[in-house]
Design a protein around this ligand. Structure first.
Ligand SMILES: [Zn+2]
Length: 217
């Protein structure tokens, strides 16, 4: 059961379709593990749909109608095939991420960063936030850091503690420029997270002087 959820305005923006693709992916990953947020999103989407229903009909130009009709002649785009993932990956990685992850966890090109964690960046538009899977060993203490922007983390496996608060599978951890923190991975297993970062980390301790270059995005 998840204990930490996206803020209400984030769920609202998700339902309204105004989040970036990377942000939406984090919310979708959480909602696929959290029935409470899945229900909330369904309600918001239904409410949004009813607003569209009561909106006054608007006249459209002939050009717009022609453009819609012309699109009917366009070839049908076939959605990308769902990748073949092993059972472990399908168990751990929520379905909304499957097409982005593209292959089984053990076959991904993990890159070790600053001897501290392993990372695979997911293929998303470069102008949006940076979206990665991160894997940390049990007991890893991440250097104290702040943020220049927002950092959203969705725990997919294992867990960590941050400021005395526990985060485990499904939990959504939203940090922004007002937070300084030092998460520590729990001792009972590796921690796998989806991390959506819209600006580089800002390390605050002296260790930051040494580690920061590795953390630039
Ligand atoms: Zn939730």
């Amino acid at each position: 059961m998840t204990h930490h959820h996206p803020p209400a305005d984030v769920l609202f923006d998700y339902a309204a379709g105004t989040l970036s693709e990377g942000e939406a992916l984090a919310v979708a990953a959480h909602a696929s593990l959290c029935s409470r947020c899945a229900r909330e999103i369904a309600m918001l989407e239904a409410a949004g749909g009813s607003l569209v229903d009561v909106a006054e009909p608007m006249a459209i130009s002939h050009g717009a109608l022609d453009a819609v009709l012309a699109r009917l002649d366009e070839p049908i785009v076939i959605a990308p095939r769902q990748p073949e993932l092993d059972a472990e990956t399908r168990r751990v990685v929520p379905k909304p991420l499957h097409a982005y992850v593209g292959r089984s966890l053990k076959e991904l090109p993990w890159r070790t960063v600053g001897r501290m964690y392993e990372e695979v960046r997911l293929p998303l538009p470069a102008k949006g936030p940076k979206v990665s899977l991160m894997r940390l060993k049990p007991g890893t203490l991440v250097p104290r850091h702040g943020h220049r922007g927002q950092e959203w983390t969705v725990v997919l496996a294992g867990g960590y503690h941050d400021g005395g608060v526990s985060f485990t599978r499904g939990d959504f951890d939203a940090k922004d420029a007002s937070h300084r923190h030092q998460p520590r991975v729990d001792d009972d297993g590796e921690c796998l997270c989806l991390v959506v970062l819209d600006a580089p980390l800002k390390l605050t301790g002296t260790i930051g002087l040494f580690v920061n270059p590795f953390l630039r995005i």
